[in-house]
Design a protein around this ligand. Structure first.
Ligand SMILES: [Zn+2]
Length: 320
């Protein structure tokens, strides 16, 4: 069976996986990042990819999922606020090191390709993945093609504004972006926004830094009043974004990934009726909203899939 290397380039570590063409991860090689200078990151990539290739033997190629705005044709990182990078030749630098084809794309787009090919998108042609974490990462498959956009920015769903007048300030500087309202961070912000109504809430025993979205979600599932009020506002905002996506893309499936979505039916039961109410121009209930199944591995599997397919152009789920 053919294999490729799928790499997840995160803010604190690099992980290179050996992935076979059926989407199975055979092994993973990880290294922590001491700092985010380009040379340091390249050294970590060199070590982890090198170890993965050594173990895999013959590989079809190397796929890298990186944060930021990526030129998927050249592999250059045009802009990555997380890394403080601008116009960095990631693909070209790695191609000089390895005797294999190297492909680079945005990490959320890679995760979308992975979930589409081997997870909840399998068998569909129109699919959206949303990863609800610190922010909201996303990707769109339309007509069997991963949308890349004119300047590689298609799928930046997290930065469409849903509450420009009364929302939270987003990391991008705008007010009320979808990710400011409906990411894991958004859930924490909702909890603090409604806190004055719950002065004796057990959630308020912790500081803002320690109050995690997981803690709020679990408290909501256990019936805590404060957590439920935050959860209600969070899922209301999530529903607005989901209904907007249905209006823009009309996907067959929207998969929710990331920590918050591990609430499974608890989150789906909260959003489905509201999304239906906000869906006006396509038949209600025809977009399935589900929880993603590949978890944190989606990015690496998708990056390897990109390499096995020779890039992001032909991503037809049938023609692996
Ligand atoms: Zn934003």
């Amino acid at each position: 069976m053919r294999t490729a290397i799928g790499v997840d380039l995160g803010g604190s570590h690099v992980s290179a996986a050996v992935v076979s063409e059926d989407g199975a991860i055979r092994s993973q090689h990880e290294e922590d990042l001491e700092d985010l200078r380009f040379e340091s990151v390249i050294a970590a990539l060199d070590a982890t990819i090198g170890a993965a290739i050594k173990e895999a033997g013959d590989v079809a190629g190397i796929g890298i999922g990186s944060p930021g705005n990526i030129d998927a044709a050249t592999g250059a990182v045009l802009y990555s606020p997380n890394f403080g990078w601008k116009d960095v030749p990631l693909g070209t630098t790695l191609r000089a090191k390895f005797a294999h084809p190297v492909f680079v794309a945005n990490d959320a787009r890679c995760a979308t390709l992975g979930e589409y090919t081997f997870g909840t998108g399998k068998g569909t042609k129109d699919f959206v993945l949303l990863t609800l974490g610190t922010g909201i990462g996303g990707g769109i498959i339309a007509g069997g093609e991963l949308l890349l956009g004119h300047k590689w920015g298609a799928g930046e769903i997290g930065h469409h504004q849903i509450r420009p007048n009364d929302g939270f300030v987003c990391s991008c500087g705008k007010i009320g972006c979808f990710e400011a309202q409906a990411s894991g961070t958004g859930l924490i912000r909702h909890a603090f926004a409604v806190a004055p109504s719950f002065p004796r809430s057990p959630l308020l025993d912790t500081t803002r830094e320690k109050l995690s979205s997981k803690k709020i979600r679990k408290a909501a599932q256990a019936g805590d009043g404060h957590a439920l009020a935050a959860w209600k506002n969070f899922t209301a905002d999530l529903s607005i974004g989901l209904a907007n996506i249905i209006a823009f893309v009309n996907p067959e499936v929207i998969a929710l990934g990331g920590g918050v979505s591990s609430a499974n039916e608890f989150i789906l039961d909260a959003v489905r009726p509201t999304v239906d109410l906000l869906t006006t121009m396509v038949p209600r209930g025809t977009t399935q909203i589900v929880v993603a199944t590949l978890g944190n591995n989606a990015g690496q599997i998708g990056a390897a899939t990109m390499a096995l397919r020779g890039g992001l152009k032909a991503v037809d789920a049938v023609a692996v």
